[in-house]
Design a protein around this ligand. Structure first.
Ligand code: URA
Length: 195
């Protein structure tokens, strides 16, 4: 596992399969514990992520960390966080279909190695891909969908919550549902409240 993971990471860090490689500063491979039972999938790196090489390190990332910590989860210990595309789309536009297609296999290889029990899709782009192309975040957030023994849940993207803070309490309920599901089905996800 360790060798495969490091090998995958090294290959990903030198990827030049789409035009985003021309404008990126860093490939943002992902962060967290590759043995986690819970995987979060965002959309793509923004400016801070592109500069620091880590997902969700800007304002949206701080909000994500706060929500995670409130239910005993942390990017350091018990989850993994990746993105649909590994390189920043210029001006934070949505990744183009061809960029998503060129990048998809990296995330698929990560998923195959992590083998998560629960996948949380942050925002519509990840939910379209992993849950359904008709997914409506505003109506279906917080619901679990089972596919091939894996549970998928769509959540509001933290950047959307920052734009519309009224969503915060509802978004937090989704994290509580996630925590409850982890306690029900995960066997080695230790929730941590002491940091
Ligand atoms: N938004 C995302 O979807 N991913 C990141 O890594 C940062 C912001």
């Amino acid at each position: 596992m360790e060798l495969n993971w490091n090998d995958l990471k090294q290959r990903c860090l030198t990827c030049r399969a789409c035009g985003l490689c021309e404008t990126r500063h860093q490939v943002v491979f992902g962060v967290g514990n590759p043995q986690a039972e819970v995987l979060f999938i965002g959309e793509g790196p923004g400016e801070n992520e592109d500069l620091q090489g880590e997902p969700f390190v800007g304002r949206a990332g701080k909000l994500l960390d706060t929500m995670l910590e409130a239910v005993g989860l942390s990017r350091k210990h018990n989850i993994y966080i990746g993105n649909m595309v590994k390189c920043r789309p210029p001006h934070n536009r949505d990744p183009l279909p061809e960029e998503q297609a060129a990048c998809a296999h990296w995330l698929e290889e990560q998923i195959a190695l992590i083998s998560p029990k629960i996948v949380v899709c942050l925002g519509r782009i990840a939910a379209f891909r992993f849950i359904s192309p008709d997914f409506k975040v505003s109506r279906q957030h917080g619901e679990f969908f089972e596919k091939d023994g894996v549970l998928y849940m769509g959540m509001f993207h933290p950047a959307a919550i920052l734009r519309n803070p009224n969503q915060k309490p509802v978004a937090f309920v989704d994290f509580v549902k996630l925590r409850d599901k982890i306690q029900e089905i995960c066997t080695h996800t230790e929730l941590k409240f002491d940091e």
